[in-house]
Structure formats: structure tokens, C-alpha cells
Design a protein around this ligand. Structure first.
Ligand code: FMN
Length: 189
């Protein structure tokens, strides 16, 4: 099982990236291969001037083409997700998330905008033809300790994240079974 992880915060260190790092640890324990990209891997001019041939965008798209799922993390900015993350998603081909299961993660200053994933990010993931966009994990900054070398989460958040990762993992496994069944049927027609 291979997943792409994408950290969409302009800041490093970052709370949403810390949430992603904790998710990485869980996935690694379950033998999931993770191909990680962070906003800082991309050249700012490529994003600003929509360079569709940016080597990092091509690398992201290639990684997605062989991945089963996408884990994407963002801070809430002005009641939505980060504009820099949008500038990456804008450069992906229209069907970049076809057949992928997606789990979005977001952190915010308060819980006022806890629906931001639902009304802002999810429609974009759907436009990229994601097969299944799971109920995301939303957290406020106070629930995350990202100052220490290994980020830690408040217990209730850690539990919610683990539940979501279990669902993510199971959805990818189901997807693998259904693809194998279709392939088997096609080979025996
Ligand atoms: C430009 C900017 C806009 C923000 N807008 C919001 C907002 O609308 N609602 C909110 O709850 N938090 C907002 N915040 C707070 C961030 O979402 C919060 O600090 C988040 O945890 C940062 O994640 P990061 O450390 O991964 O960048 C904003 C922060 C910045 C810098």
C-alpha cells in the first residue's frame, strides 16, 4: 500500500504538519509506504505563475499515479484552506485523484471554521476525481504540541486521528480488493 502525503502549510514547523507526522507514524507501523511532499519542496515562482511543467509538480503527479491514497494537511486560512495548497492542486491534471481515497486534515486557531474542510477543500478534491473523500480530522492548535522533536496530540484528538486512519486504511484495502476483482473478471471474460 502506497500513499502520498502533502503538507500544505506555508510555515515550518507547523501544527498541521505535526498532525501529519503523527499520522505517518501510525501508517508506518501498518507497513504503508509514504511518499511525502511539503509546500516547501515546491518553487514559489512555479506556483505563483502556474508552471504546469514544474519538476516538483510532475513528481507529485507521478507519485499520485502509483499511490492508493492521499493524506493532505492544511491550516485554516481565512475560513478556508491555505492558498498555497490551492496553487499546488491547481497544477495537477483533472483526474489526478482518480481511484484514490483521500483523508484531509486541518488545524485552526479556533473551532469557528470547523466546516472549512467540508465546504472549501472537499469540493476541490472531488473536482480532481477522488474516488472517496473521507470525513476529515479537524483540530485546534492547542490540541497539538509541536515544539518537541516528536509531535504529540491531546488524547481525544489522538483517538479521533487513529479512528480516521483506521477508516482510511480499510477504505484503501477495500479499493484494492475491488480492483483485483474487476481485473480477475476482465481476465476471465
Ligand atoms: C493568514 C492566516 C489566516 C488564518 N485564518 C484563520 C481562520 O480563518 N480561522 C481560524 O480558526 N484560524 C485561522 N488562522 C490560524 C491558523 O489556522 C492556525 O494557527 C493553524 O493551526 C496553523 O497551522 P500551521 O501551523 O500548520 O500553519 C489563520 C492563520 C493565518 C496565518
Amino acid at each position: 500500500m502506497v500513499i502520498v502525503s502533502l503538507a500544505g502549510s506555508p510555515k515550518q514547523p507547523s501544527r498541521s504538519s505535526a498532525l501529519l507526522a503523527v499520522a505517518h507514524r501510525w501508517l508506518a507501523r501498518h507497513n504503508v509506504e509514504i511518499v511525502h511532499f511539503s509546500l516547501q519542496d515546491f518553487v514559489a515562482e512555479d506556483l505563483l505563475f502556474a508552471n504546469f511543467n514544474s519538476p516538483q509538480i510532475l513528481a507529485l503527479n507521478h507519485a499520485l499515479s502509483r499511490a492508493d491514497g492521499l493524506l493532505v494537511a492544511t491550516p485554516v486560512y481565512k475560513a478556508a484552506y491555505s492558498g498555497a495548497l490551492k496553487s499546488i492542486l491547481d497544477l495537477l491534471p483533472e483526474r489526478a485523484l482518480e481511484h484514490k481515497v483521500v483523508l484531509p486534515l486541518a488545524t485552526a486557531g479556533s473551532s469557528n471554521h470547523f466546516l472549512a474542510l467540508d465546504y472549501a477543500l472537499k469540493p476541490v478534491l472531488s473536482a480532481l476525481k477522488a474516488q472517496e473523500v473521507l470525513h476529515g480530522v479537524f483540530a485546534t492548535g492547542l490540541q497539538i504540541d509541536y515544539a518537541s522533536r516528536e509531535a504529540t496530540l491531546e488524547a481525544a484528538l489522538a483517538e479521533r486521528l487513529e479512528e480516521s486512519l483506521t477508516t482510511f486504511y480499510a477504505a484503501i484495502q477495500r479499493r484494492g480488493v475491488s480492483l483485483a476483482t474487476k481485473e480477475h473478471a476482465a481476465n476471465h471474460e
